[in-house]
Design a protein around this ligand. Structure first.
Ligand SMILES: [Zn+2]
Length: 199
C-alpha cells in the first residue's frame, strides 16, 4: 500500500472510530479476536512506527474535526466525491485554513473577540446563541442544500448571520465583505491577519 493510501486508511480508522472499524471488518472478514488496534494494523499493513508517525501528524486535527462529522455531512461528501465520506469531509475542512471563506477573519481572531474575559467584544449581550465565535459550516446553495466540497464554505458567525437566506453569495462578496472587515478591524483594534479572500 502506498504511503498516501495508508494515510487515508489511518484517517478512516480514526474518524470512523474503532467500533465502526470492528463492525465493518467483521462484516467482510472474521470476528475480531485480537485487540481492535492490532487487527487494524495487521489488516492495513501499517507498522506501529508508521501509526505513531500518523498520530503525531493528524491526531490533533482529527480530534477537532471528528465531532463535526455529522451523518448528513459524511453522507453528502461520500456521494459527492465517491470516496470515504469521513475522510473527504476531513480533508475539505482542513483545507479551508481555519478562516471565514467570505471575509477572511481567522478562527484565532474570532476567539479573541468572543473571549470570555474582560476583552470580550462579542456577542453584545450575554445571550448564549452564537457566543462561542466558532466558524460555521455553511451550505452555499440554499436550494439544493447539499453537503459537498463545492457547496460548503466556512463562515464566521457574523457573515453567516447577516447573509442568512436574504443576501446571495455574489452580492455578499460584492457589497458587504469590506464593511464587515472594517467592523472586525475596529473591534480588534488592528488589521486582520488574512487578506480579503476575493483579492
Ligand atoms: Zn466572515
Amino acid at each position: 500500500m502506498s504511503n498516501s493510501s495508508k494515510e487515508t486508511v489511518y484517517k478512516e480508522y480514526k474518524l470512523e472510530g474503532p467500533r465502526r472499524f470492528k463492525r465493518k471488518y467483521e462484516e467482510k472478514h472474521e470476528e475480531v479476536t485480537d485487540t481492535v488496534i492490532n487487527t487494524f494494523l495487521k489488516y492495513s499493513g501499517i507498522s506501529s512506527d508508521e501509526y505513531a508517525e500518523f498520530e503525531k501528524t493528524y491526531l490533533e486535527s482529527v480530534k477537532k474535526v471528528k465531532p463535526k462529522c455529522t451523518e448528513k455531512r459524511v453522507e453528502g461528501f461520500r456521494k459527492a466525491t465517491g470516496s470515504n465520506g469521513f475522510v473527504a469531509f476531513y480533508d475539505w475542512y482542513v483545507s479551508q485554513g481555519q478562516a471565514c471563506g467570505y471575509c477572511g477573519i481567522s478562527q484565532d481572531e474570532l476567539y479573541e473577540l468572543f473571549s470570555k474575559g474582560k476583552n470580550k467584544k462579542l456577542p453584545l449581550n450575554n445571550a448564549v446563541k452564537r457566543s462561542s465565535g466558532t466558524l460555521e459550516i455553511e451550505r452555499r446553495d440554499s436550494e439544493n442544500n447539499e453537503y459537498s466540497p463545492k457547496n460548503c464554505i466556512l463562515a464566521c458567525p457574523l457573515c453567516n448571520n447577516a447573509k442568512s437566506n436574504l443576501i446571495d453569495e455574489d452580492n455578499w462578496v460584492l457589497l458587504f465583505v469590506e464593511p464587515m472587515r472594517e467592523y472586525y478591524k475596529k473591534l480588534l483594534g488592528k488589521d486582520l491577519e488574512n487578506p480579503n479572500p476575493k483579492d
